[in-house]
Design a protein around this ligand. Structure first.
Ligand SMILES: [Zn+2]
Length: 156
């Protein structure tokens, strides 16, 4: 789809749309059935202290994520920390903003920091991103699930 590509910065689908550079459309991070509105993610993370992510944890996490090598060269150097959410019942702490920054830090051997949203903030985020009904439905399903021993380590 050369036509679609040409509407994005750097001709890269992961980069922002050119006509929306100043008023970006809503961006979402999707994980299984969950949808996270990135504007609200950033709003809720404001004022948090950033936490350094251990290299091992970063390596583990990035095994699960598709990284676009081309896009690594497009992301600005000054984007700041990534953002992790906290799912209930040990369902994990997904990195919902900053996967490419994390991959670049790992590649370059530089440090990577994140803001961590608490469970309460993550639930609020999901409710505002996908509506209260669906958010509560998936949240309750996670609450009912048994923690798995291989789940991502807690960041604290
Ligand atoms: Zn890009």
């Amino acid at each position: 789809m050369g036509d679609l590509r040409s509407r994005h910065l750097n001709g890269c689908l992961r980069c922002p749309l050119i006509e929306n550079e100043n008023t970006p459309e809503e961006e979402y991070y999707e994980l299984l059935s969950l949808r996270f509105n990135l504007r609200i993610v950033r709003e809720l993370s404001r004022g948090h202290d950033s936490v350094r992510v251990e290299r091992m944890a970063l390596e583990e996490w990035l095994k699960e994520v598709r990284i676009d090598g081309e896009h690594l060269r497009h992301i600005p150097l000054d984007l700041g920390p990534g953002i992790m959410a906290t799912l209930p019942s040990g369902c994990g702490m997904p990195l919902i903003d900053g996967n490419h920054r994390a991959a670049r830090a790992l590649r370059d051997g530089s440090e990577f920091f994140v803001f961590i949203l608490s469970e309460r903030e993550t639930l609020e985020l999901l409710r505002r991103s996908m509506g209260r009904f669906l958010a509560d439905y998936y949240w309750n399903r996670m609450l009912d699930s048994m923690p798995h021993p291989d789940d991502a380590q807690r960041g604290d």
